[in-house]
Ligand binder design. Structure first.
Ligand SMILES: N[C@@H](CCC(=O)N[C@@H](CS)C(=O)NCC(=O)O)C(=O)O
Length: 219
């Protein structure tokens, strides 16, 4: 049993989709920033930086433990449910490539989307904030170009292999943010990426996660 601490359409979305894809038994615990939940002592005990997502694995009374970092949650779910296809078989080229994409996404696109969205934390004047946004948006555009070129070259319809992996759900989540944050060079202007995202958002796990969380789809 897993307990996913989430807020709609945040970094908890990809782990949520992975739980659904895996058919993993889970409960959702809403963390409502507007009610101060991110700063509550109870939540900070699970998520020390006061960020969603966090996930409790197992029963606290029986050696259960908390995890943070959306990509790590996706990997944990994938590893516990090998038949889900969230990660290809251990030792294969496809496994290595899927991990590469997931790490690329969390380390680059997600990181810059956070800078773009929280630009006020990186500069203190209106001009400074504008510049932070412009610089991060330019990097985001170039990363989207890289992903688009990969999909063109590989022919898709997924980042790796013939079924959706954890990396695909992660990309669907981040691509949705690009549209909502109004990145000037968004995924939807790239026909190959757009067609990939339209396919991904129709996967049963994505449809169900959007329904439960009450947002999307975005493409
Ligand atoms: N690297 C973390 C980032 C988590 C994160 O920044 N979550 C955002 C929501 S998308 C959050 O909780 N923000 C609250 C804040 O920074 O105050 C992950 O991937 O889990």
């Amino acid at each position: 049993m897993y307990r996913l601490y989430y807020y709609p359409d945040t970094a908890s979305l990809a782990p949520h989709m992975c739980l659904l894809q895996a058919g993993a038994p889970h409960r959702l615990a809403l963390v409502d920033q507007s009610k101060g939940d991110l700063d509550s002592a109870a939540f900070r005990a699970i998520s020390p930086h006061g960020r969603v997502p966090a996930m409790f694995v197992g029963d606290p009374e029986e050696g259960g433990y908390a995890l943070i970092e959306a990509a790590a949650l996706c990997l944990k779910i994938a590893e516990d449910f090998p038949e889900s296809g969230l990660l290809p078989a251990a030792g294969t080229k496809e496994r290595a490539q899927t991990q590469q994409w997931l790490i690329y996404l969390t380390n680059t696109l997600q990181a810059d989307l956070m800078v773009f969205n929280y630009a006020r934390r990186y500069a203190s004047t209106p001009a400074g904030i504008k510049q932070v946004k412009a610089e991060s948006a330019a990097r985001i555009g170039s990363m989207l170009g890289h992903i688009d070129r990969h999909l063109k070259a590989s022919g898709g319809p997924f980042l790796v292999g013939s079924g959706p992996t954890a990396a695909d759900y992660f990309l669907l989540m981040l691509a949705g943010w690009c549209e909502q944050f109004e990145i000037p060079d968004p995924p939807s202007i790239r026909p190959t990426l757009l067609s990939y995202l339209r396919g991904m958002q129709q996967t049963p796990a994505a449809v169900e996660a959007y329904r439960i969380e009450g947002h999307g789809p975005y493409f």
